[in-house]
Design a protein around this ligand. Structure first.
Ligand SMILES: [Fe+2]
Ligand SMILES: [Fe+2]
Length: 240
């Protein structure tokens, strides 16, 4: 049963079945093959017995973070306050990964409904499985290893609303492959310097490997499709 915290968005898309076969686009067909072969299992390929000592002292491994701390009001509270803040940020970031990945599951699933050819639908369908693993791994990490889950951040919720409210598949593709996954890749790169335990580093490494697979090509296609769609709206009418 949904709680008040669930994000419920009415989606206007139509499900499209096509009888004209695949596009034969070799890049999409090869991405589909690769994705099938490189599936991993979040239950067994991640060592969940690795302990995470929430709140323990953290190493001084970030010059940028340390200088930010030294010029912040936290300085007067001492180093322990900085570590406490970093652990909370860690829990917040891991929670946002779990929420964002759920958005990616739904966006990929919508693409299976609306994409106009079978090859692209199949590729989107295996991507649903990729994203489901990411949801599983990040959610389990937060549930089992963090004291609590942070709710979805406002800007992420707005982005998901904007992407899912639009019926056009190229806008869904643009939202998923360019914005959501572009953001995820930037955050995964940042996570390497932000997260300090071996377990979450392993999860982010596996998720980043999936995200990198064909990411450039998918983004290029999505941008091309989205740009074609958006171009007429951006055109300023000629005065007569
Ligand atoms: Fe993902
Ligand atoms: Fe993804």
């Amino acid at each position: 049963m949904p709680t008040v915290d669930d994000l419920v968005i009415a989606t206007p898309g139509a499900a499209r079945l096509t009888w004209s076969g695949g596009s034969g686009n070799p890049r999409i067909v090869s991405l589909y093959e690769q994705t099938k072969q490189l599936q991993w299992n979040a239950s067994t390929d991640v060592d969940w017995s690795v302990p995470v000592e929430f709140g323990s002292a953290l190493p001084e491994d970030s010059t940028f973070g340390l200088s930010a701390f030294r010029s912040s009001p936290l300085l007067s509270r001492g180093r322990a306050a900085w570590d406490a803040f970093r652990w909370e940020f860690h829990a917040w970031l891991a929670s946002q990964f779990a929420h964002g990945e759920q958005g990616a599951v739904i966006a990929s699933a919508r693409l299976t409904e609306v994409l106009p050819d079978v090859d692209a639908k199949c590729f989107a369908a295996v991507q649903v499985a990729d994203e489901a693993r990411h949801v599983e791994a990040f959610s389990r990490y937060v549930r089992d290893k963090m004291p609590s889950t942070y709710p979805v951040a406002g800007p992420l919720a707005s982005l998901l609303r904007d992407v899912f409210r639009d019926a056009r598949w190229d806008i869904t593709a643009l939202g998923l492959h360019v914005i959501l996954e572009g953001l995820a890749m930037a955050m995964l790169r940042m996570a390497n310097h932000t997260f300090h335990d071996a377990l979450i580093r392993d999860i982010t490494r596996l998720a980043a490997r999936d995200e990198r697979r064909g990411a450039q090509g998918r983004r290029r296609e999505a941008m091309r499709a989205g740009a074609l769609r958006l171009r007429p709206q951006r055109t300023i009418p000629h005065p007569h």
